[in-house]
Design a protein around this ligand. Structure first.
Ligand code: ADP
Length: 334
């Protein structure tokens, strides 16, 4: 498990519940999504009905689960949490849907990974609050219609583009979650520090925010590691110097690159003059699997503008040379 990975690790799961904002007012950043959602929920409350179905798209760790829980809290409704991969048969979905309470929020994480037959059942459920349960097999099979309680579906996906249009169209509202800016991450860190009873100054929070890859989950995780360091090696207060030294120990650099990211970038620059070089060759050079380089290290390097994937191979940008403190060879490399 990587310290800068966006997927939750076991410790996150235990701690995150305590750090989750509980209302829209407490939720930091994502101004547009927050305002739109606020209107959707206020209107539903005024009508005395359930809120429209909500689709949230965005990278892991940006607050989709948190927002789903907030939708339920603001509607005064209970919430059921499940995920696409957990719904492999239409029957799984039918039993979840039929056991919901009136007005309940159903959170379906990774909705794009749901099995096809379940997806088709969901269309009718979202639109008509009804499903057809198929009883029997072959020519004798009959469809028994089943009325469902009204519910609000909150679907989450890493990419709304992966959803089939008929599913996408059945959401009343789609919110696109963006990576957070450093000012917002600093607010997340100050808020979490207060909840965890950790003392952090302005510069200390900024130092952690800069290394958090635009992701609150990572910010919260780095905060916990820096807190450990501050307790053991300093007086408990997180200053910029304490945060920087702590994250040096954990090999997370000032831009949020970790050991693997730096190894990939370092090999590309030092062994291949900045590229272009093929993915397989680069992977062998760092002693990692191709998939690890491509799926774990590269996305962030590309996002940061340090590496480009070109038809001729991987190429370092001028910013990459600068970041590793190296001089590019004569002539532009990218
Ligand atoms: P996702 O479902 O998108 O993977 P989560 O909702 O589980 O992300 O958020 C991960 C962690 O980050 C949670 O512990 C939550 O406290 C924190 N977090 C996410 N967004 C915010 C925010 N806008 N303000 C404060 N904390 C946030």
């Amino acid at each position: 498990e990587r310290l800068v990975g966006a997927a939750p690790d076991s410790e996150d799961t235990a701690v995150e519940a305590a750090l989750r904002p509980r209302s829209l007012g407490e939720f930091i950043g994502q101004e547009r999504v927050r305002e739109q959602l606020d209107l959707v929920l206020r209107a539903a409350r005024a009508r005395g009905g359930t809120a429209d179905h909500v689709l949230l798209s965005g990278a892991p760790g940006l607050g989709k689960t948190t927002l789903a829980m907030i939708v339920a809290a603001e509607m005064g409704a209970p919430i059921r949490i499940t995920s696409g991969p957990a719904v492999q048969h239409a029957g799984d979905l039918a039993s979840i849907l039929s056991s919901l309470q009136e007005g309940e929020v159903l959170f379906l994480d990774e909705i794009h990974r749901m099995a096809r037959p379940a997806e088709e059942m969901l269309y009718m459920a979202m639109e008509d609050y009804r499903v057809d349960v198929i009883v029997g097999k072959g020519p004798g099979a009959t469809a028994i219609p089943l009325e469902l309680p009204h519910f609000t579906l909150v679907g989450a996906t890493t990419r709304a583009g992966l959803l089939p249009p008929p599913l996408r169209d059945r959401f009343g509202f789609t919110g696109h979650m963006e990576y957070y800016g450093s000012a917002e991450l600093e607010r997340v860190i100050h808020r979490s520090a207060a909840l965890l009873d950790v003392s952090v100054d302005t510069a200390g929070a900024a130092e952690i925010a800069g290394r958090s890859r635009g992701t609150p989950r990572i910010a919260n995780r780095l905060l916990r590691r820096v807190r450990d360091y501050a307790q053991v090696r300093a007086d408990g207060t997180i200053t910029a110097a304490v945060a920087a030294r702590a994250l040096e120990v954990y090999e997370v650099d000032e831009r949020g690159l970790d050991r693997l990211d730096r190894a990939v970038l370092g090999a590309l620059l030092k062994l291949f003059g900045g590229g272009p070089v093929g993915l397989s060759t680069l992977a062998v050079a760092v002693g990692e699997e191709r998939e690890t380089v491509e799926e774990v290290a590269e996305p962030f390097l590309v996002r940061e503008g340090l590496l480009a994937r070109t038809p001729r191979g991987r190429v370092a940008t001028p910013a990459a040379w600068h970041h590793l403190g190296l001089r590019p060879p004569e002539g532009p490399s990218a």
